[in-house]
Design a protein around this ligand. Structure first.
Ligand code: SF4
Length: 226
C-alpha cells in the first residue's frame, strides 16, 4: 500500500505539562518521520498538535512517540489534555504536580462533546481557566474550581465559581465527578456549557459535594454570593 492510499487516523500530541508548551528536537524529528513532504501538522489553540498516522500499527507509532516524551490523546468527543499556564513562578509553588495528576485522570475520557479543561498556577490566570469548560486556579495553597466558561461566539461568557479552597484530592475528585455527570447525563453532542445551563449550577454543586467538608466550603461561597 502506498503512503497516499494508506488509511490514517488523527491523533493529538504535545510535550506534556511543563514550563510552557514546548517540543525538543528529538520529538520534532520523531513526528517528522510520519509526515510526507507536503503533509501538514495542525497546531490547535489547546497546546496540541494534530498529526495523521497509519491506522495499521498505530500502537507501535504511539509507543514511539511516548518513548521520546510526547503525550498522545484521541481527537474528537473526548476530554482534551489540560491547557496550562507556563508555571513562571516554579513547579511546586504553582502546583505543576497537581496539574499533571489531574491531566492523567481526565484527559482522553469520552464525553458527549469535546471538553476543554484549563489550569492556572496563580490568580493572574494565564491558562485562562475562566474561559474554558472546566477551570482550576491555584490560590496560594488551595484550588478554586470554575465551570461553564466559553471563549467564543456571541454567547461567550466567563465560567462560574463552583467551589473554592479545595485540596488537591478534592479537586481531582470534584472534576472527575463533574465529567462523569456530563458523560452520563449529557445529550449527544451537547456542549458542556449548554449542559451546565440545562442542569443548573446548584444541581451540579449538590452532586459534586458529597462530603461535609467540601459542602461547608461551597456553603460559605454561596453565602458570600448572596
Ligand atoms: S498564571 Fe501565574 S504562575 Fe502561571 S504563568 Fe501566569 S503568572 Fe505565571
Amino acid at each position: 500500500m502506498t503512503l497516499e492510499t494508506e488509511k490514517k487516523i488523527k491523533v493529538a500530541v504535545n510535550g506534556g505539562i511543563n514550563y510552557g508548551a514546548k517540543l525538543n528536537g528529538k520529538q520534532l524529528m520523531t513526528l517528522a518521520k510520519y509526515l510526507d513532504d507536503d503533509q501538514e501538522l495542525e497546531v490547535t489553540t489547546f497546546q496540541q498538535l494534530y498529526i495523521e498516522i497509519p491506522e495499521d500499527g498505530n500502537e507501535k507509532v504511539l509507543n514511539e512517540f511516548e518513548e521520546v516524551g510526547l503525550s498522545c490523546y484521541p481527537v474528537g468527543n473526548f476530554v482534551k489534555s489540560l491547557r496550562t499556564c507556563n508555571f513562571c513562578k516554579g513547579s511546586e509553588q504553582e502546583g505543576m504536580p497537581v496539574a499533571k495528576e489531574l491531566n492523567k485522570r481526565i484527559a482522553g475520557k469520552p464525553v458527549p462533546f469535546t471538553l476543554k479543561p484549563a489550569y492556572t498556577g496563580c490568580p493572574i490566570g494565564c491558562g485562562e481557566p475562566m474561559m474554558n469548560d472546566i477551570g482550576v486556579m491555584k490560590m496560594k495553597d488551595t484550588y478554586t474550581l470554575y465551570i461553564g466558561g466559553k471563549s467564543k461566539g456571541h454567547d461567550a461568557r466567563v465560567g462560574i465559581k463552583l467551589m473554592e479552597k479545595l485540596t488537591p484530592e478534592e479537586i481531582y475528585d470534584s472534576v472527575e465527578k463533574i465529567i462523569s455527570m456530563y458523560s452520563e447525563q449529557g445529550k449527544k453532542r451537547e456542549s458542556f456549557y449548554r449542559f451546565v445551563s440545562r442542569i443548573g449550577i446548584e444541581e451540579i454543586r449538590k452532586s459534586v459535594c458529597n462530603s461535609d467538608e467540601t459542602w461547608d466550603k461551597t456553603f460559605e461561597l454561596e453565602r458570600r454570593e448572596m
